[in-house]
Ligand binder design. Sequence first.
Ligand code: SF4
Length: 299
Amino acid sequence: MRRTHTDKHYVALIQRRLLRWYRRHARPLPWRRTKNPYRILVSEVMLQQTQVSRVLQKYPDFLRRFPTLQRLAASSPADVIRAWQGMGYNNRALNLHRLARLAAERYHGRLPGTPDDLIGLPGIGRYTANAVACFAFGASVATVDTNVRRVLSRVFPARLNADPWLVAERVLPKRSAYDWNQGLMELGALICTAKDPACGECPLVVHCPSAHRIVPALRVKSTERTRRSVPDRIYRGRVVEVLRSSRRSVSIISLRKSVIPDLASSERKWFAQILDRLERDGMIRVTRKNGDLRVSLPE
Ligand code: SF4
């Protein structure tokens, strides 16, 4: 019989199996041992584009440096960008800082607890809003990140083209939302991986219609701008890295030399565009001093 996500018996079976597996095998990650909304928010923002192993190293340091939303709001953007060292995608640090200041103004230094209030805060999209609402405030809402999207499309493939959020909401066990959402992510991270799912070790293998049938997805060609095959975001990261290690502003000439020692004069315009974009994003500050352009983190 063809299974669909409207088949209640099938959905209930999958729910039971996944919940049981998660409760037995979940990794004891620090953000799973707290209900503190700020701590959960920080973990979610860090995990957006950084591997768990790296987040595990940086998460405690960041929370020691900024133990509360209020302390984060009272810091300078430069302090937060410095503390973000080693995480990559520095705009997340800046957004976290903006969010803290907005929450200080609008919500007396606390995070709001509903997805509607969370969504639209700096750096917060639908996934993070629902994740914080569910994991910190106990809201019974679905969370769809890359891992969850993949697992759902394999376990409930009948509506492959359906909106994954719609599927996620329909199959959500309302009274076990936390464990279900975490369980889907855990399964996607550890077993039902993109390229090489370990179906033989999967708690859903007996029922999953995609078991042992996954063809690795073709790599989608990146549309990112590059210089000599290195994406621009790597150079953006290097600029911030140089400024992080310098307590004072840096002249644009020495910045250029530190970031790309072999920069050709024909590439200076491209480098200026990198700086323009960083400045527009609020990641750096460019000032003119004695006819010299100087660059620093935003203090
Ligand atoms: S059986 Fe295989 S494809 Fe299905 S959920 Fe498990 S790992 Fe993924």
